[in-house]
Design a protein around this ligand. Sequence first.
Ligand code: ZN
Length: 283
Amino acid sequence: MKRLMLLGLLASGLVSAAPLNIVAAENFYGDVARQIGGEGVTVTSILSSPSQDPHLFEASPSTARAISGADIVVYSGIDYDPWMDKLLSASKNAKRRVLVVAALTGKKVGDNPHVWYDPATMPIYARALRTELIRRDPTHKGQYDANLKRFLAAMTTVSSKVASLRAKYAGTPVTASEPVFGYLSDALGFKMQNLRFQLSVMNEAEPSAVQTGAINDDLRSGKVKLFFYNTQVTDPLTEKLRSLAKQGGVSVVGVTETAPPGLTYVPWMLSQLKTIQAALAKK
Ligand SMILES: [Zn+2]
Protein backbone atom coordinates (compact mmCIF):
# COMPACT_ATOMS: atom_id res chain seq x y z
CA MET A 1 0.00 0.00 0.00
CA LYS A 2 2.70 2.44 1.04
CA ARG A 3 4.69 1.47 -1.99
CA LEU A 4 1.76 2.17 -4.25
CA MET A 5 1.33 5.58 -2.67
CA LEU A 6 4.97 6.36 -3.20
CA LEU A 7 4.75 5.30 -6.84
CA GLY A 8 1.74 7.55 -7.17
CA LEU A 9 3.65 10.47 -5.69
CA LEU A 10 6.61 9.77 -7.95
CA ALA A 11 4.33 9.75 -10.98
CA SER A 12 2.77 13.01 -9.90
CA GLY A 13 6.19 14.59 -9.59
CA LEU A 14 5.76 15.37 -5.90
CA VAL A 15 8.58 13.10 -4.82
CA SER A 16 11.91 13.05 -6.55
CA ALA A 17 13.47 9.63 -6.92
CA ALA A 18 17.01 10.94 -7.37
CA PRO A 19 18.73 13.44 -5.07
CA LEU A 20 17.85 17.04 -5.83
CA ASN A 21 20.57 18.78 -7.78
CA ILE A 22 21.55 22.11 -6.21
CA VAL A 23 23.92 24.57 -7.85
CA ALA A 24 25.25 27.38 -5.67
CA ALA A 25 27.11 30.33 -7.16
CA GLU A 26 29.29 30.63 -4.03
CA ASN A 27 30.73 27.85 -1.89
CA PHE A 28 29.33 29.08 1.46
CA TYR A 29 25.77 28.76 0.12
CA GLY A 30 26.66 25.35 -1.29
CA ASP A 31 28.04 24.30 2.09
CA VAL A 32 24.83 25.26 3.89
CA ALA A 33 22.77 23.52 1.17
CA ARG A 34 24.75 20.34 1.86
CA GLN A 35 24.10 20.68 5.58
CA ILE A 36 20.34 21.24 5.19
CA GLY A 37 19.83 18.82 2.28
CA GLY A 38 22.01 16.00 3.60
CA GLU A 39 21.54 12.79 1.60
CA GLY A 40 18.62 14.27 -0.28
CA VAL A 41 20.81 16.57 -2.40
CA THR A 42 23.90 16.79 -4.54
CA VAL A 43 25.58 20.19 -4.48
CA THR A 44 27.84 21.97 -6.95
CA SER A 45 29.48 25.27 -5.96
CA ILE A 46 30.83 27.49 -8.71
CA LEU A 47 33.01 30.02 -6.84
CA SER A 48 35.26 28.21 -4.41
CA SER A 49 38.86 29.16 -5.16
CA PRO A 50 40.52 31.42 -2.58
CA SER A 51 42.98 32.65 -5.21
CA GLN A 52 40.29 34.09 -7.47
CA ASP A 53 38.59 37.50 -7.35
CA PRO A 54 34.85 36.66 -7.42
CA HIS A 55 34.04 40.18 -8.66
CA LEU A 56 35.89 39.39 -11.88
CA PHE A 57 34.48 35.89 -12.44
CA GLU A 58 33.32 34.92 -15.90
CA ALA A 59 31.19 31.84 -16.41
CA SER A 60 32.47 28.93 -18.50
CA PRO A 61 30.42 26.47 -20.59
CA SER A 62 30.62 23.94 -17.72
CA THR A 63 28.99 26.50 -15.41
CA ALA A 64 26.19 26.96 -17.94
CA ARG A 65 25.68 23.18 -18.15
CA ALA A 66 25.53 22.81 -14.36
CA ILE A 67 22.88 25.53 -14.14
CA SER A 68 20.75 24.14 -16.94
CA GLY A 69 20.56 20.78 -15.14
CA ALA A 70 19.86 22.14 -11.65
CA ASP A 71 16.67 21.62 -9.62
CA ILE A 72 17.54 24.50 -7.28
CA VAL A 73 19.93 27.38 -7.98
CA VAL A 74 21.24 29.62 -5.21
CA TYR A 75 23.12 32.86 -5.71
CA SER A 76 23.85 36.03 -3.80
CA GLY A 77 22.36 38.69 -6.11
CA ILE A 78 22.47 42.52 -6.12
CA ASP A 79 25.24 42.53 -8.73
CA TYR A 80 27.67 40.33 -6.81
CA ASP A 81 27.27 37.54 -9.36
CA PRO A 82 25.62 39.13 -12.43
CA TRP A 83 26.82 36.23 -14.60
CA MET A 84 24.19 34.13 -12.84
CA ASP A 85 21.30 36.28 -14.13
CA LYS A 86 22.66 35.87 -17.65
CA LEU A 87 23.05 32.09 -17.42
CA LEU A 88 19.58 31.64 -15.91
CA SER A 89 17.88 33.65 -18.61
CA ALA A 90 19.86 31.79 -21.27
CA SER A 91 18.58 28.40 -20.04
CA LYS A 92 14.89 28.63 -19.19
CA ASN A 93 13.54 25.83 -17.01
CA ALA A 94 10.06 26.15 -15.49
CA LYS A 95 10.74 23.47 -12.83
CA ARG A 96 13.97 25.00 -11.57
CA ARG A 97 13.67 27.11 -8.41
CA VAL A 98 16.02 30.01 -7.81
CA LEU A 99 16.89 31.41 -4.39
CA VAL A 100 18.47 34.86 -4.47
CA VAL A 101 19.86 35.35 -0.99
CA ALA A 102 20.09 39.16 -1.09
CA ALA A 103 16.39 39.31 -2.06
CA LEU A 104 15.45 36.90 0.76
CA THR A 105 17.10 39.29 3.22
CA GLY A 106 15.56 42.45 1.75
CA LYS A 107 18.79 43.89 0.33
CA LYS A 108 18.73 46.08 -2.77
CA VAL A 109 21.17 46.94 -5.57
CA GLY A 110 23.53 49.57 -4.16
CA ASP A 111 23.70 47.87 -0.74
CA ASN A 112 26.93 46.11 0.22
CA PRO A 113 26.70 42.90 -1.88
CA HIS A 114 28.63 40.69 0.59
CA VAL A 115 25.41 39.70 2.36
CA TRP A 116 26.67 36.34 3.70
CA TYR A 117 28.87 38.26 6.16
CA ASP A 118 25.72 39.47 7.91
CA PRO A 119 25.11 36.99 10.76
CA ALA A 120 21.36 37.31 10.11
CA THR A 121 21.62 36.10 6.50
CA MET A 122 22.42 32.39 6.67
CA PRO A 123 19.53 31.44 8.99
CA ILE A 124 17.10 33.16 6.58
CA TYR A 125 18.60 31.35 3.60
CA ALA A 126 18.68 28.00 5.45
CA ARG A 127 14.98 28.29 6.32
CA ALA A 128 14.04 29.20 2.74
CA LEU A 129 16.02 26.27 1.42
CA ARG A 130 14.36 23.86 3.86
CA THR A 131 10.93 25.06 2.68
CA GLU A 132 11.93 24.50 -0.94
CA LEU A 133 13.40 21.06 -0.24
CA ILE A 134 10.23 19.94 1.51
CA ARG A 135 8.10 21.21 -1.36
CA ARG A 136 10.14 19.13 -3.79
CA ASP A 137 10.71 16.12 -1.53
CA PRO A 138 8.07 15.94 1.23
CA THR A 139 8.97 12.38 2.25
CA HIS A 140 12.24 13.61 3.80
CA LYS A 141 10.66 16.48 5.75
CA GLY A 142 11.84 15.04 9.08
CA GLN A 143 15.46 14.99 7.93
CA TYR A 144 15.36 18.51 6.51
CA ASP A 145 13.79 19.82 9.73
CA ALA A 146 16.40 18.10 11.87
CA ASN A 147 19.24 19.37 9.66
CA LEU A 148 17.90 22.92 9.83
CA LYS A 149 17.62 22.71 13.61
CA ARG A 150 21.22 21.53 13.88
CA PHE A 151 22.47 24.31 11.61
CA LEU A 152 20.55 27.03 13.47
CA ALA A 153 21.98 25.73 16.76
CA ALA A 154 25.51 25.99 15.31
CA MET A 155 24.76 29.55 14.12
CA THR A 156 24.05 30.61 17.72
CA THR A 157 27.77 30.08 18.46
CA VAL A 158 28.46 32.82 15.88
CA SER A 159 25.81 35.20 17.21
CA SER A 160 26.92 34.79 20.81
CA LYS A 161 30.56 35.38 19.85
CA VAL A 162 29.51 38.53 17.97
CA ALA A 163 27.51 39.72 20.99
CA SER A 164 30.40 39.20 23.44
CA LEU A 165 32.90 41.00 21.17
CA ARG A 166 30.44 43.82 20.58
CA ALA A 167 29.94 44.30 24.32
CA LYS A 168 33.67 44.80 24.71
CA TYR A 169 34.76 46.52 21.50
CA ALA A 170 31.81 48.46 20.00
CA GLY A 171 32.93 51.83 18.65
CA THR A 172 36.43 50.63 17.73
CA PRO A 173 37.61 52.50 14.61
CA VAL A 174 38.56 50.12 11.79
CA THR A 175 39.09 50.25 8.05
CA ALA A 176 39.33 47.83 5.13
CA SER A 177 40.78 47.42 1.66
CA GLU A 178 37.41 46.28 0.24
CA PRO A 179 33.90 46.07 1.79
CA VAL A 180 33.71 42.25 2.10
CA PHE A 181 33.71 42.31 5.92
CA GLY A 182 31.29 45.27 6.21
CA TYR A 183 28.19 43.55 7.60
CA LEU A 184 30.09 41.61 10.25
CA SER A 185 31.97 44.77 11.20
CA ASP A 186 28.60 46.53 11.63
CA ALA A 187 27.28 43.63 13.70
CA LEU A 188 30.36 43.98 15.93
CA GLY A 189 29.61 47.69 16.34
CA PHE A 190 32.92 48.79 14.80
CA LYS A 191 33.25 52.25 13.28
CA MET A 192 34.15 51.46 9.66
CA GLN A 193 36.15 54.19 7.87
CA ASN A 194 36.90 54.85 4.17
CA LEU A 195 33.82 53.18 2.70
CA ARG A 196 34.01 55.01 -0.63
CA PHE A 197 37.60 53.99 -1.08
CA GLN A 198 36.60 50.37 -0.47
CA LEU A 199 33.80 50.53 -3.03
CA SER A 200 36.23 51.81 -5.65
CA VAL A 201 38.52 48.84 -5.02
CA MET A 202 35.56 46.46 -5.23
CA ASN A 203 34.44 47.96 -8.54
CA GLU A 204 37.95 47.99 -10.02
CA ALA A 205 37.72 51.79 -10.20
CA GLU A 206 40.42 54.30 -9.36
CA PRO A 207 39.82 55.77 -5.87
CA SER A 208 40.11 59.58 -5.73
CA ALA A 209 43.27 61.19 -4.36
CA VAL A 210 41.28 62.42 -1.36
CA GLN A 211 39.97 58.90 -0.61
CA THR A 212 43.44 57.38 -0.95
CA GLY A 213 45.00 60.12 1.16
CA ALA A 214 42.45 59.55 3.94
CA ILE A 215 42.97 55.79 4.22
CA ASN A 216 46.75 56.17 3.95
CA ASP A 217 46.65 58.60 6.87
CA ASP A 218 44.33 56.40 8.98
CA LEU A 219 46.76 53.50 8.60
CA ARG A 220 50.10 55.26 8.72
CA SER A 221 49.24 57.20 11.87
CA GLY A 222 47.38 54.33 13.55
CA LYS A 223 44.02 56.14 13.76
CA VAL A 224 42.26 52.79 13.29
CA LYS A 225 42.82 49.63 15.34
CA LEU A 226 42.22 46.99 12.64
CA PHE A 227 42.72 46.81 8.89
CA PHE A 228 40.57 44.19 7.15
CA TYR A 229 42.57 43.07 4.18
CA ASN A 230 40.65 41.16 1.50
CA THR A 231 43.18 38.58 0.33
CA GLN A 232 41.07 37.73 -2.73
CA VAL A 233 40.75 41.25 -4.14
CA THR A 234 44.26 42.66 -4.30
CA ASP A 235 46.33 45.02 -6.42
CA PRO A 236 49.46 47.18 -5.87
CA LEU A 237 47.32 49.81 -4.12
CA THR A 238 45.96 47.36 -1.50
CA GLU A 239 49.45 45.92 -1.02
CA LYS A 240 50.68 49.40 -0.21
CA LEU A 241 47.91 49.83 2.37
CA ARG A 242 49.02 46.66 4.07
CA SER A 243 52.55 47.98 4.51
CA LEU A 244 51.23 51.34 5.78
CA ALA A 245 49.14 49.43 8.35
CA LYS A 246 52.25 47.65 9.60
CA GLN A 247 54.06 50.97 9.76
CA GLY A 248 51.25 52.48 11.85
CA GLY A 249 50.97 49.50 14.19
CA VAL A 250 47.48 48.65 12.88
CA SER A 251 46.64 44.93 13.10
CA VAL A 252 46.05 43.43 9.67
CA VAL A 253 43.18 40.91 9.60
CA GLY A 254 43.13 38.85 6.42
CA VAL A 255 39.60 38.08 5.23
CA THR A 256 38.28 36.23 2.17
CA GLU A 257 35.23 36.39 -0.07
CA THR A 258 34.72 32.63 -0.42
CA ALA A 259 35.09 30.08 2.35
CA PRO A 260 38.68 28.78 2.60
CA PRO A 261 39.16 25.12 1.56
CA GLY A 262 38.01 22.66 4.22
CA LEU A 263 36.09 25.23 6.29
CA THR A 264 32.31 25.19 6.50
CA TYR A 265 30.44 28.43 7.16
CA VAL A 266 30.25 28.45 10.97
CA PRO A 267 33.91 27.47 11.65
CA TRP A 268 34.95 29.98 8.99
CA MET A 269 33.12 32.86 10.70
CA LEU A 270 34.31 31.74 14.14
CA SER A 271 37.94 31.62 13.01
CA GLN A 272 37.72 35.19 11.69
CA LEU A 273 36.09 36.37 14.93
CA LYS A 274 38.83 34.69 16.97
CA THR A 275 41.51 36.43 14.88
CA ILE A 276 39.82 39.77 15.59
CA GLN A 277 39.55 39.00 19.29
CA ALA A 278 43.25 38.12 19.47
CA ALA A 279 44.25 41.29 17.59
CA LEU A 280 42.14 43.55 19.82
CA ALA A 281 43.31 41.84 23.03
CA LYS A 282 46.86 42.98 22.17
CA LYS A 283 45.86 46.65 21.88
ZN1 ZN B 1 34.12 41.78 -2.56
